[in-house]
Structure formats: C-alpha cells, structure tokens
Design a protein around this ligand. Structure first.
Ligand code: ZN
Length: 429
C-alpha cells in the first residue's frame, strides 16, 4: 500500500468483488423505452469507486483494485453478490395517521371499497386519523415507514400530502415531509395532493373545495415540488383537475395526475394538455389515449400493488405500453388503504406476474425510469460515473432472483449519498 500524492483524486470507498453489477446505465437524459427496457448494463466481477456522495469510477473489480491501491480507502467486499442502484419509489402517500386493517377484513368478507367509503370509512377515515395527530406524532409514525423502505432498498421516495384536505392539515403533512427530509437518510420528493378526494364537509359542493385547493397553492408552494390531482371516480372531474393543475403550473409546480384507476373519465387529455410529468395508475386505458401520449415525454407510473390488494383483475397494460414506446415506471403507491406495502421488491414480483413484465423491464421501471418520473434521472437511478452513490447490495447472485424468491427482503446493505446506512440488514444511524 502506498500514499497517493493527491487525495482529491482518490475514492474513499470501493465496493469490490461484485458478482453481478447491475448498472442500469445509459438513459439519464430520456427514460428507457422499447428494447432499451430489455437491457440492464450488467458487469460481471464488477466494482464501484465512490468519493464523498458520488460515484467516480465503475468497472472490472481487478482493474479498479489495481488502480486505487492506496491507504485510507474503505473497502466493501460484495462477496460475488448482486449490486444495483437503490430503488426509486416514485408514488407514495407515506405520511398518514392510523391504519385500515379492520377495513381489510371487511373487504375480504366481500364488502366493496365504495360501500366502506359510503359509511365514512376508506380514505375519509385516514383523513380523520391524520387530522388528529400532532406534527411530532405524524413525523414519528411516518419515520418508521421510511425506515422500512430503506431496509428494503428504497433510497429515494416521492411522498404526497392529501390526508389533511384543509389548509392547516395539508400544511402539517407537508411540514412533516420537510422534517423527514432533514432527519431521515432517505431522499424525499414532496408533492401537494390537496385534491386527493372531496372532504366530508364539502361532499355536497365539490366545486367549492376545488376552489379552496387552488387557494392553498401559493401557501404550500415552498413545501412541494409537484402538484397532483386524483382525477377519477370518487375524485375530481377533468374540468376541476385542469383548473387546479393549470393554477399550479403558473406557480411553477411540476404536475402529476392520478388517472384511470377505477374509471376512464378523461384525465389523460388534461395531462397531455398541461404537460404533466406523469400519469399514474392506468388500469383502464383506451388504445387511442396510448397513441395520444406517445412522444409527449409523459412517464406512465404503474401501481400493480393497488390492483392486487383491491383484488381486482384489470391490471395496467404494461406490455402494450412498452410495445407502443411509452416510458413506464413502477411504484408501491404505499398508503393505508389500497396498498399498505412499501417493499419495491414485491412490486417487482407483481409487475412480472400481473403486468407481464420481465424482471429486466421491472428493474428498469423501478430505478432509472422511476427517477425520470420524479425529474431526478440526472442524479439518481443508475450506477454511472458522476451520479450520486445510491447503491444496494443484495444477498443473491442474479437479479432475476429478486422477483423469483418473492416476499423476501434480499437487501443486505444500503449506501445513500456514499454513506452506508443499512449494514447486514440493520439501520445505522
Ligand atoms: Zn396514489
């Protein structure tokens, strides 16, 4: 071992002896489409060199080990396992109060989501439980969910508000997200979803509530990057959605839309018109809408965990979307009602079994394309020189084993911004 003249050129961490390095490289400018979805840029016997927060070198393990044979470099031996980029969960509602486990029992006994909602359950019960919590309590419960995400390999997560449905409580949720951004290792992209559903007190006058959401926009702007609207059955009409989102666009919010989960009420046309960055769900979609979305740069975010948990049979037509050249990402939609699962590995399994995607396509959709869905692909979503070091080491020897050994957490080590934050399946503070 020797000392290098200029320490600034040296890594401070090397992950060596990687059996299968899944880089997902080459699509930082535009999302993967068509046959690009069938490539993962794997390197056999690979290594990654990291300095501070970033990746400074990627290549063969023996080459990197020879190149950087100096003192004071921390070495992690991956023991011939799989190393890949951390998952990007690009659609969640991870800040909420209470849970809906009781409702789950009702649903498996045959009571529908809509019947539960009519009786004041469903999303409205979560609104009640979230309003009850103090900011500090909300931060505490949400932090536990983020711990679980990190342990399962998610290094970046988008989180929406939407269980407050009044200015005070929407701001409380967004402030909780801001706090979590500071205290938690996981990176968070905040989204304002004041138009999640019409609150009970405005049930007879949804129009008035849509106006209130517009009025909230300037005040919530410092706390949110995106504005989202639930434009579907039980939510907001295309006209109301357009009004809210066009006001948000004028304030420089980037746009997202929940569309076509329960019914196609015309949300996609609004997303195209306003240049939304993503349309999310798409369980029901007309071929003509698929054609209309082509070459618009809109990422289709598919959420198979929701369809699965609601015991529905109509899944988003992922194969057709890929065939037609639309970029697709997958996410958990983690929320207490329709998908209380925050494990991206299980979502990859569902993408394979229920959406007909291959493991390769599902991993592209859970990493680089998901990074595009939150506008961060220039910095995260793949293992390439110059990108942020968000890397996971899994206790498997082939990435195809992620969906195959399903329901198991394969993640052993998580590195976020160059720092080891999970080691041997335990969080490090
Ligand atoms: Zn959602």
């Amino acid at each position: 071992m020797k000392t290098h003249k200029d320490r600034n050129l040296l890594p401070d961490l090397i992950i060596k002896n990687i059996g299968q390095l899944v880089t997902v490289a080459g699509s930082s400018l535009t999302p993967k489409t068509y046959s690009e979805m069938d490539e993962l840029g794997t390197i056999k016997n690979g290594a990654v060199a990291i300095k501070d927060e970033n990746i400074i070198d990627v290549g063969q393990s023996n080459k990197l080990e020879n190149k950087y044979k100096y003192n004071n470099i921390k070495i992690i031996d991956a023991c011939e396992k799989v190393v890949m980029p951390g998952f990007v969960d690009c659609h969640t509602h991870a800040v909420f109060g209470g849970d809906r486990a009781g409702e789950f029992i009702q649903r498996i006994q045959g009571i529908t989501y809509w019947e539960i909602l009519k009786k004041g359950g469903g999303i409205l019960s979560t609104v009640k439980n979230t309003r009850k919590l103090k900011l500090s309590e909300l931060i505490k419960t949400s932090s536990m969910h983020l711990d679980s995400m990190l342990l399962h390999g998610t290094t970046t997560v988008e989180i929406k508000s939407g269980y407050g449905l009044n200015k005070k409580d929407e701001l409380k949720i967004l402030k909780a997200i801001q706090n979590l951004k500071i205290i938690h290792h996981i990176e968070i992209i905040p989204t304002f979803l004041g138009a999640h559903t019409v609150p009970l007190e405005y049930k007879k006058n949804p129009e008035a509530y849509a106006k209130i959401v517009c009025d909230m926009l300037s005040e919530v702007k410092p706390y949110a990057t995106f504005c989202d609207v639930f434009c579907d059955k039980g939510g907001f009409s295309p006209k109301q959605s357009e009004k809210i989102l066009s006001s948000a666009a004028r304030l420089d919010f980037k746009l997202k839309m929940h569309v076509n989960e329960f019914e196609d009420i015309g949300g996609i046309s609004v997303a195209i018109k306003l240049g939304a960055m993503t349309v999310d769900h798409l369980d029901i979609i007309k071929p003509s809408d698929i054609l209309k979305m082509k070459n618009r740069g809109i990422v289709c975010v598919l959420l198979p965990g929701v369809t699965f948990f609601l015991m529905k049979n109509t899944y988003a037509p992922a194969k057709m979307l890929i065939e037609k050249g639309l970029p697709i990402a997958i996410a958990t939609d983690f929320n207490p009602g329709t998908c209380p699962c925050n494990n991206m590995q299980l979502i990859i399994t569902l993408a394979c079994l229920k959406l007909g995607m291959t493991p390769t396509q599902a991993i592209n959709a859970a990493t680089i394309n998901a990074a595009h869905a939150v506008g961060m692909a220039h910095r995260i979503g793949s293992i390439e020189t110059g990108k942020q070091a968000d890397i996971i080491i899994l206790d498997i020897h082939d990435y195809k084993q992620i969906p195959y050994y399903f329901g198991i957490n394969h993640v052993n080590t998580v590195i976020k911004k160059g720092k080891v934050v999970v080691e041997n399946k335990y969080l490090i503070n």
